[in-house]
Write a protein that binds this ligand. Structure first.
Ligand code: GLN
Length: 552
């Protein structure tokens, strides 16, 4: 069941496209609330969502494959709709790619293997006399008030399909044709059925956002009423209702998600939320003190700082394998958190900063060997994600996840609404195991201290140069080797550190940041001059792939 009750609600039914989340992003940019359900979600669940519009996504299957994914209540493959099927809900439907092909079959048209498969850029044009409320006005020959020179003859779209519509179903009209002559869009406005073969949700499709705008505002009659202010009020009310007079706990890390989640819950239940910040000794210079101070001073959170440095460092003694390090840190964290949580009497709820991409039920890609076999072949799987998973079985907490409907940029917007300081909202991502994965090899206090000093110089210089927001992540890695140097006429045999700075959209791919040579020279100078034990600084010029952003 969904928690959100705004007026504007669109449901996206997922046939397994890699772009399904982008459809949701585009609609939410238009301030229309939407969720993604697997295509075979039961009709009762769909009804309960009360969609004012439905989008059928693309997908990797062919609609004529045996066992290809379908809707749970599609109705008969004829021209009619019935009250017991999805189309009987009488809400407008937009089919994209596979979604279009699915509509074509459902309404009595045909889908065939394409004469010309289309991948990537494709231009579409308008058939003579075609009209459409969905496609951009300039493309359709311009609205009455539009100047003739604004007319677009050819629209660039992005395609990814090997099948195409053979015969358009009765009642539908062709509204766009690709440069290869394939049907690129069709609609039956009387029944509120719209379809495009291309992907309006991807950035490379020109005026793609206008297509969603037309669908949501014009065709479904929605208003842009999904905003962070109303979301916040609603969530605060829901958290209050759920927690009642009980208490809640939350592990906070200083990162964006846990901070925003805790601040929201704090607004709902005040000091009945206990936040636990664990100093595992693997944090950056002065981080524990500064973060906790910001939490108390600006956000008025009830935070407990737990100093567990010794415990983590002694558990990590002698360990060099990166996976082992991660496991040990995870295990120790659970133990420390558990002990603290038990001290909070009456705590029945655990707050987590889980985001929407972690909970979307996804339709897996076709199986390579056996192929899709009936609905069991693609039934939905739920990715579960727990930041504080692995708590002992006798510690039963009900979860509060106020961000589970949000994407990352929406969490930042919510944070602004909650007056979370910009310094926290803009912070670069920091790995859970902290500096332990930035000290290559064994983690010791001495190495951590060297790293902390070097890292703080690098970060300070990046801020000073005004580059912090351009960079996705920047840090220093400590290398477990020594190299020969000469300092003050004496020979040294000292440590090497590597600077790393990357740009990225989402952390999935990344490129190294092209600093000016003067900048690198200055940072290198400051580090070797001020951090005892370092005589060499190198800059990492690897992208992801083939490297990763972090070194371990
Ligand atoms: N698999 C179908 C095709 O190749 C649909 C592709 C899609 O939805 N992107 O035509």
């Amino acid at each position: 069941m969904t928690a959100i009750k705004t007026g504007s609600r669109i449901l996206i039914l997922d046939f397994g496209s890699q772009y399904t989340q982008l459809i949701a992003r585009r609609l939410r940019e238009l301030k229309v609330y939407c969720e993604i359900y697997p295509c075979d979600a039961p009709l009762a669940r769909i009804r309960e969502f009360e969609p004012k519009g439905i989008v059928l996504s693309g997908g990797p299957y062919s609609v004529y494959d045996k066992g290809a994914p379908g809707l749970s209540a599609a109705g008969k493959a004829d021209g009619k709709t019935a009250s017991g099927d999805l189309f009987g809900l009488a809400v407008p439907v937009l089919g994209i790619c596979y979604g279009m092909q699915y509509l074509a079959r459902r309404f009595g048209g045909t889908v065939i293997s394409a004469r010309a498969r289309e991948y990537g850029r494709a231009f579409i044009r308008r058939p003579a006399d075609a009209k459409s409320a969905l496609l951009p006005a300039e493309f359709m020959g311009g609205a009455a008030n539009q100047k003739a020179n604004q007319k677009i003859e050819k629209l660039q779209t992005w395609m990814s399909h090997g099948d195409e519509i053979g015969k358009i179903p009765k009642g539908f009209r062709l509204t766009a044709i690709s440069h290869n002559g394939s049907p690129a869009a069709m609609e039956d406005s009387a029944r509120g059925l719209y379809a495009v073969q291309f992907h309006p949700e991807v950035a490379h499709t020109e005026k793609g956002i206008e297509i969603f705008e037309n669908f949501a505002y014009r065709i479904c009659g929605l208003k842009p009423d999904w905003d962070m202010h109303s979301f916040l009020e609603e969530q605060v009310r829901l958290v209050r209702e759920k927690v009642g007079a009980a208490r809640a706990i939350c592990a906070i890390s200083g990162g964006v998600d846990s901070t925003v989640a805790a601040t929201l819950v704090n607004r709902a239940i005040g000091s009945r939320l206990t936040c636990i910040f664990v100093n595992n000794g693997l944090l950056r210079k002065d981080e524990a003190v500064e973060v906790v101070r910001a939490y108390k001073k600006h956000l008025k959170l009830n935070v407990k700082l737990v100093d567990a440095e010794k415990r983590f460092l002694s558990a990590l003694k002698g360990v060099t394998d990166p996976e082992k390090k991660r496991k040990i840190i995870g295990r120790e964290f659970i133990r420390v958190f558990e002990a603290e949580a038990r001290k909070v009497r009456g705590a029945r709820f655990l707050v987590q900063g889980t985001l929407y991409p972690d909970v979307i039920e996804s339709v897996p890609p076709p199986r390579e060997v056996s192929g899709a076999s009936g609905s069991a072949g693609f039934s939905s799987t739920i990715k579960s994600h727990h930041n504080v998973g692995g708590l002992p079985a006798d510690m039963k907490f009900a979860l509060i996840e106020p961000l589970r409907e949000l994407f990352k940029d929406e969490v930042r917007a919510l944070g602004r609404e909650l007056s979370v300081p910009p310094g926290i909202l803009r912070r670069h991502p920091f790995p859970g195991p902290g500096l332990a994965v930035r000290v290559m090899g064994e983690v010791t206090r001495e190495r951590l201290d060297i790293l902390r000093e070097a890292d703080s110089i690098f970060t300070e210089e990046i801020h000073r140069a005004g580059l912090y927001d351009e960079i996705w992540q920047a840090f220093v890695a400590y290398l477990p080797i020594r190299s020969v140097g000469v300092m003050g006429d004496g020979r040294t045999f000292d440590h090497v550190v590597a600077l790393r700075a990357v740009t990225s959209q989402d952390g999935m791919t990344a490129d190294w940041y092209p600093f000016e040579p003067e900048f690198l020279a200055h940072v290198s100078n400051r580090i070797t001059g001020n951090v005892r034990g370092v005589n060499r600084v190198v800059y990492d010029v690897s992208s992801k792939p083939p490297s990763t952003i972090e070194w371990e």
